[in-house]
Structures are given as C-alpha cells and as structure tokens.
Design a protein around this ligand. Structure first.
Ligand code: DAK
Length: 258
C-alpha cells in the first residue's frame, strides 16, 4: 500500500483514502500519477477489506489537469500509443463507491478525474473547469460526455467552449457536485460519508452503483429490468436477511458481504 511515489494512501476503518501528491505541479496528472492511480484502483477493487474509496488532492488543490509538459512536442501517434485510456479504465471498472473530495482547482483532467467518482464533495472555494480549449485542445478523458450527462447540453457547451472556471456553488446548482462544505471539512466529510456507505452491505452497495451507472446509458425499459434483476439477486444474500432481521430486532445490522 505504501510503495507509491506520487500518491499517499491511508485506511480509515473500511475506507481507503487516496491522496494525489504532486504539490509542486498542482497535482497535474503526469504518466507516473496515472499509472499509480490505475494500480491503486485495481488493487482496491479486489481488496475485500475496503468497502469505499475517497480520492482527494489534499487541502489546496485537487488536480490542475493533465501535465502540460507531456503535450509540448507530442505527435498524434505518440498520444495514441500512450493509451492513457487504459489507466482511466481501472477507475471506471472499480465496483466500489468512490467519493471525490475536491478542494481548490479541479481543472481539465482534474475535473474529469472528479467526474469518474460517484459522489463529489467540494469545499466552498473549489474551482472547476475544462480549460483545454485555451490550449488549442479539448477534453480527452470524458469531459464533454460526462458533463453532458451530468448537467445537460447548454451548460456543457458554455463551459467547454469558453473554458471558464466555475465555483463549487455553481457546480452544485448544475448538479455536478453532490454537496458543498466548508473548505476545512471537505476531506473529513467525504470520509464520514464513505464510512457510512461502507457500513452497509457491500453487495447491495455495489449493485446500486453498477445499476445506476449502467442505467444512465440504457433505454428506460432495459434499465428498469436491470434494476429489478439486481434487486432480486440481493434476496440471495445473507446481508439482506441480516438487514431485515436487525430492523425487527431493533439493532444495528452487521453486514459481512455474504
Ligand atoms: N501541468 C503541468 N504543470 C502545471 C500544471 C499542469 N496542468 N498546472 C500547474 N502546473 C505547474 C506550473 O507550471 C508551476 O510550475 P513552476 O513554474 O513552479 O515550475 C506550478 O505548477 C504552480 O503553478 P502556478 O504558479 O500556475 O500556480 P497558481 O496557483 O498560480 O495557479 C492553476 C494554479 C491550476 C490555476 C494554474 O497553474 C493553471 O491554470 N494550470 C493549468 C490548468 C490547465 O490548463 N489544465 C488543463 C490541462 S489540459 C487525455 C485525457 C485528458 C487530458 C488530455 C488527454 N487522453 C485520454 C489522451 C486532459 C487535458 C488537460 O487536462
């Protein structure tokens, strides 16, 4: 767990906290950081002791985007051969709930990283944006598409075409941010939320995540069927019986992920 160079990993009960740690470059996502993020998400995905994940850039900045130094001389084929989509895929494939705790700037690839999470908690002074257009570029890790699905066409077009930054409050109004808290509370609040989720049945939690995520891109009838099947599957878990018994016995359920 501690063999990472540009990440700090901590465990709080059943919650893993991943902190990006390149302060000298405002946590810009260079190749090493992407590789380490991919590796930690793969490892946490199969670690039964971890039931929820918080990702943060710490108190000052979430991430200033892709490392612009990587772009200065890159050719098309070099960009293609980097296949950075494989690194993002490890986050997409993670079945456990992910909460992004965003303080400071979440720009470009940093905003896209936050959008790979399931829940975004932002400090009041956080600033979001997709400023790639200012560099003669465009979002390349889902920015146009994830924003579109989260906040709709007209806000997305405005933000990706102007590159303007927007505040945590504006992000919350648009539906991009789940909750805004005071800056010094962001990480603690995200961890407390993750601990609350981690105390539920991990099978139920992962089914909820999978169905919600997949359902977003399915026609409604198919999505409803998927939800129904997942709901039915949960009746075969011991956790479901434990949850119902605990309710009638007026005690806290102990979910074992079985
Ligand atoms: N890359 C590299 N270095 C960066 C950086 C970045 N994105 N952002 C900041 N730094 C470095 C600065 O160069 C500076 O280094 P020194 O001069 O000290 O050596 C140091 O961090 C501190 O930066 P500032 O002095 O600028 O700090 P401030 O607090 O004044 O400003 C800022 C912070 C975040 C507002 C500012 O640094 C800034 O605007 N940064 C650039 C933001 C940006 O344009 N981000 C978008 C990058 S493009 C792809 C997937 C995704 C992407 C691309 C491809 N594929 C799947 C292929 C994503 C693209 C992007 O994200």
């Amino acid at each position: 767990m501690n063999s990472y160079k540009v990440l700090k990993i901590a465990l709080h009960n059943d919650v893993a906290v991943i902190e990006l740690n390149r302060p000298e470059a405002r946590n810009a996502l260079n190749l090493e950081l992407r590789q380490e993020l991919s590796a930690i998400f793969q490892s946490l995905s199969t670690n039964a002791a971890v039931r929820a994940i918080v990702i943060t850039g710490g108190d000052k900045v979430f991430a200033a985007g892709a490392d612009i130094k990587d772009f200065t001389t890159a050719s098309t084929v070099q960009m293609y051969l980097r296949h950075t989509e494989h690194y993002w895929q490890s986050i997409i494939d993670c079945p456990k709930p992910i909460i992004a705790a965003v303080n400071g700037y979440a720009l470009g690839g940093g905003c896209e990283l936050a959008m790979h999470a399931d829940i975004i908690v932002a400090g009041r002074s956080a600033q979001f944006g997709q400023p790639e257009v200012k560099l003669g570029l465009m979002p390349g890790a889902g920015g146009t598409q994830r924003l579109l699905r989260a906040i709709g066409k007209f806000k997305t077009m405005q933000l990706v075409l102007t590159g303007q930054l927007f505040s945590a409050e504006a992000a919350e109004r648009m539906g991009l941010v789940s909750e805004v808290v005071e800056d010094d509370q962001t990480i603690q609040h995200a961890i407390a939320m993750a601990e609350r989720i981690a105390a539920f049945s991990p099978i139920a939690v992962q089914q909820i995540k999978e169905v919600t995520q997949l359902g977003q891109d399915l026609p409604l009838q198919g999505a409803l069927a998927l939800e129904r099947k997942a709901f039915q599957i949960l009746f075969d878990t011991q956790d479901q019986k434990e949850g119902v018994n605990a309710f009638f016995e007026k005690r806290t359920a102990q979910y074992r992920g079985e």
